[in-house]
Design a binder for this molecule. Structure first.
Ligand SMILES: CC(C)(COP(=O)(O)OP(=O)(O)OC[C@H]1O[C@@H](n2cnc3c(N)ncnc32)[C@H](O)[C@@H]1OP(=O)(O)O)[C@@H](O)C(=O)NCCC(=O)NCCS
Length: 194
């Protein structure tokens, strides 16, 4: 389950309206298009992104590193795509995967501006979370949001994440240290390896 694999895992989940799959090295232009189209929309909610996020060449380098993390099982970067897999509608990343007595990771996500308010992130995360819990055997998924990010807070609450705390000056978002509400989803039925 954990440890370096020679090939990155190929994970492709389907929901009613989306293909939710791990990104791979041929996604460079799709991801560049997504970040270029949503640059202004995502700015208040994300760390400052350098220009390379808007160009396939920047993503080629980054996808090499991400594929390595997929091989190691240390992170899982999902793209939310249309059924033909031509357009990235959003992303959902499970990062900093730790095993041992923790079996935990962080979750981050974003959805393109034109896809807001249709239940798409909820649909995608239900499926991706199930994969992380059942196939990757993650017990705790942590996701944190700025108090004024009501859409994100609502989404997490609907998915069953519970509030665990409040951290001041927690993350550098849009160039400023911003407070965050800390939440987590734990898998009640987690069982040790069979
Ligand atoms: C956070 C974010 C992903 C939430 O997107 P979202 O579209 O609101 O999320 P959901 O998929 O849960 O959709 C819920 C909305 O769709 C509506 N909806 C419409 N059809 C629906 C359906 N079939 N099923 C469920 N919800 C549906 C719901 O009513 C709700 O809208 P409302 O909040 O206006 O009531 C998005 O706002 C985003 O990308 N923000 C910028 C980046 C960001 O903040 N990232 C997170 C940092 S912590």
């Amino acid at each position: 389950m954990f440890g370096y694999r020679s090939a990155a895992p190929k994970v492709r989940l389907t929901t009613d309206r989306l293909v939710v799959r791990l990104v791979h090295e041929r996604d460079a232009w799709r991801l560049a298009d997504y970040y270029a189209a949503n640059r202004d929309f995502l700015k208040p909610w994300e760390p400052v992104r350098d220009e390379s996020h808007c160009y396939p060449s920047g993503w080629q380098a980054r996808l090499g590193l991400i594929t390595d993390m997929h091989r190691q099982g240390s992170a899982f970067y999902f793209a939310l795509l249309d059924a033909d897999e031509t357009e990235v509608r959003g992303v959902a990343n499970f990062s900093n995967v730790l095993r041992g007595s923790f079996h935990a990771c962080f979750l981050g996500y974003s959805l393109g501006e034109k896809w807001q308010g249709q239940g798409l992130m909820h649909e995608a995360l239900q499926s991706a979370i199930r994969y992380m819990q059942r196939q990757q055997r993650i017990h705790r998924i942590m996701a944190n949001y700025m108090p004024h990010n009501q859409r994100s807070g609502n989404l997490l609450a609907r998915l069953g994440f519970e509030k665990e705390g409040y951290a001041k000056d927690y993350l550098l978002i849009d160039g400023r240290w911003q407070d965050h509400v800390l939440t987590a989803l734990t898998m009640k039925a987690w069982a040790a390896e069979r």
